[in-house]
Design a protein around this ligand. Structure first.
Ligand SMILES: Nc1ncnc2c1ncn2[C@@H]1O[C@H](COP(=O)(O)OP(=O)(O)OP(=O)(O)O)[C@@H](O)[C@H]1O
Length: 248
């Protein structure tokens, strides 16, 4: 399912942002601190209503459609998702089924299997009865991703999904995001990782899209100087991805 963001503005933070993400694509949103990445994602996953513009997923206007319909289509891994700390991993992951629950609020056998399989897929099996409060930052991140996956979304929004993760889990999470065949819009700070994980990148600066395209075209010496105020050496690698050498 594609995402179409048209002329979206919010406060003095986002300025007439227009961005398209094709169906099945993994699109990366990068940019300096405070450039508006999280604010834009919040507009897409129906958390912050934009002051102007329009956002559609698969043709559905996310701010006009019923909330339940949007929740069946768009799942999010936000930064620091609030959760009941006493709930077990299994209970938190199960929350992903809320948009599908009937009047009785009972999970079907198929849904329980989906939850169990997703917990295993994210290597959370040994933790499934543990209270959320006792988990590390990286474990919580994977639990929240599992919750988003059991939502069976068509569009997955990931806000810095790797920020608590060690190297292997960073790779695992981004591989998983690429493998599930849904449209993904992800913010990442690590440009090297973003280049490797995303089909295309969009760069935000002061609430505006200032560059867009394949990583090798977007991540350039000039862009890093202009947007990040860093003098870095950038060369194309053998895989046609940019290699960034930082002057530290
Ligand atoms: N509710 C709000 N009211 C006013 N300004 C806000 C609000 N929420 C965020 N901002 C401001 O909007 C700007 C963009 O914030 P946002 O969190 O979208 O940036 P970001 O690119 O995700 O940053 P980071 O990389 O630091 O996570 C920041 O200057 C922030 O202070």
């Amino acid at each position: 399912m594609n995402i179409e963001i048209r002329d979206v503005s919010w406060l003095q933070v986002l300025h007439e942002i227009t961005l398209s993400v094709r169906s099945g694509e993994v699109a990366g949103l990068v940019g300096p601190n405070g450039s508006g990445k999280t604010s834009l994602l919040r507009c897409v996953y129906r958390s912050t209503r934009p002051d102007g513009g329009r956002i559609t997923v698969g043709g559905m206007d996310v701010w006009q459609a019923p909330a339940r319909e949007v929740a069946r289509t768009v799942a999010v891994l936000a930064q620091d998702t609030p959760a009941d700390l006493n709930n077990s991993v299994e209970q938190i992951v199960g929350l992903g089924r809320i948009p599908y629950l009937g009047a009785l609020g009972r999970l079907s056998a198929a849904e329980r299997t989906l939850i169990a399989d997703t917990i295993e897929r994210l290597e959370l099996g040994p933790l499934r009865r543990r209270p959320y409060a006792t988990l590390s930052g990286g474990e919580r991140q994977r639990v929240q991703l599992a919750r988003a996956l059991v939502q069976e979304p068509k569009v997955l929004i990931l806000d810095e999904p790797t920020n608590h993760l060690d190297l292997r889990h960073q790779v695992d999470v981004l591989r998983l995001a690429r493998s599930i065949g849904v449209t993904v819009l992800v913010t990442l700070h690590d440009l090297q990782l973003a280049a490797a994980a995303c089909d295309r990148l969009a760069v935000l600066s002061e609430g505006r899209v200032v560059a867009e395209g394949p990583a090798v075209e977007v991540v350039t010496h000039d862009l890093l100087r202009r947007v990040y105020h860093v003098e870095a050496h950038v060369t194309p690698g053998p895989d046609d991805l940019p290699r960034i050498f930082l002057p530290v």
